[in-house]
Each structure stands twice: as structure tokens, then as C-alpha cells.
Design a binder for this molecule. Structure first.
Ligand SMILES: [Zn+2]
Ligand SMILES: [Zn+2]
Length: 179
């Protein structure tokens, strides 16, 4: 499988070097990563006050034929404003595309990579409702209830906890890693 990593210029302004993101993704997926810089502010047309509904980006991919041999991760510098939420670090349409914003990453390529991996793993089906680690609490659905990369990240304190765990080598829990 190939990981397609697409990014706009806002990402470069936010985190500088994209290669750290690429390295972390390769470290977990061990699949080839193909990087593509998107010229001419491709998502500018969707922005309202600097914020973009990630569904607007996803729609571009929904129309395309699905490539079963590739996963696409779109990074954008625009803040993500999904319906009914104040903001989101990332969003995924299963089997289609993942979108991650660098806007709230505080310049950190590592945070961007961690959220990117979380979203890519959603794209391939983590965490499914039939799996024992599935978190059934409202607002956490689709996530893991263990101390795990796939737990819900609902704000800066959750984000700091996941990053701190990552630095300690706590990434996927055994149940998620076994899938
Ligand atoms: Zn998630
Ligand atoms: Zn897990």
C-alpha cells in the first residue's frame, strides 16, 4: 500500500519540515510515502474566516474512483471547522481520505504526524464497534478506550497526553496493534 501525503503551503508555514511527518508515518506503516506539495492554495476557495469544513476537501476525493492500494492523507494549514464542532485536529472518511490541520499543532511536526497516523488508522477501520477495545461512551465512539494512539483526542490536554505517551514509546495498545 502507498501513503499519499498531500500538503498546502500553509502547512510549510506552520511546521516547516514535512519530512518528520513522513518519517513517523513510515515508522508505523512501513509503506512507501509519496509527498506532493499542492500549489496555488487549493483549499482557499472553501475557507470562511480561515477555517475549512473538512468535508469540502473530502468531497474532492469522494468523486474519484477509489484506489484500494493507496491511503491519502491531506495536510492543510487551514483550521478545520467540521459541522457541530468548534474545531478538529483531523477528520477521516473511511476508505476515502484523511484530513489533518497543522493550524493548532503549535509548529510541531510530531503532533501533526501523530494525528495523521491516528486518522490513517481510522481510514483502515480502527476502531470497529465489534472490537473489545471500542469506546462506547458518547463522543468517543470510533475510538479505543485503552491508553492508546486511537483514544479520542478532544482538546489540548488530550493532545499533550498522547504526545507524551508517544515520546515514552506508548503508541498503539496491544488490541489495536493486533489488527
Ligand atoms: Zn479519531
Ligand atoms: Zn487501542
Amino acid at each position: 500500500m502507498q501513503i499519499r501525503l498531500q500538503y498546502d503551503d500553509g502547512v510549510l508555514a506552520d511546521i516547516g519540515d514535512i519530512r518528520r511527518v513522513e518519517r513517523e508515518i513510515t515508522g508505523m506503516f512501513s509503506d512507501p510515502v509519496v509527498r506532493r506539495r499542492l500549489a496555488d492554495d487549493p483549499y482557499g476557495a472553501y475557507q470562511i474566516d480561515g477555517r475549512v469544513n473538512p468535508m469540502a476537501i473530502a468531497r474532492e476525493f469522494v468523486r474519484k474512483p477509489v484506489d484500494v492500494d493507496a491511503l491519502t492523507l491531506v495536510l492543510t494549514g487551514y483550521d478545520l471547522a467540521p459541522p457541530k464542532l468548534n474545531y478538529s485536529y483531523g477528520a477521516t472518511w473511511k476508505g476515502v481520505v484523511s484530513v489533518v490541520s497543522t493550524h493548532r499543532m503549535g509548529g510541531s511536526a510530531l503532533k501533526t504526524a501523530i494525528v495523521g497516523l491516528h486518522e490513517l488508522l481510522h481510514q483502515i477501520g480502527l476502531v470497529g464497534e465489534s472490537q473489545p477495545q471500542y469506546d462506547h461512551r458518547a463522543g468517543f465512539d470510533g475510538h479505543c478506550r485503552n491508553r492508546c494512539l486511537m483514544r479520542a483526542v478532544n482538546g489540548p490536554s488530550d493532545m499533550e497526553a498522547v504526545v507524551a505517551d508517544w515520546r515514552r514509546g506508548i503508541k498503539l495498545c496491544g488490541q489495536c496493534a493486533g489488527i
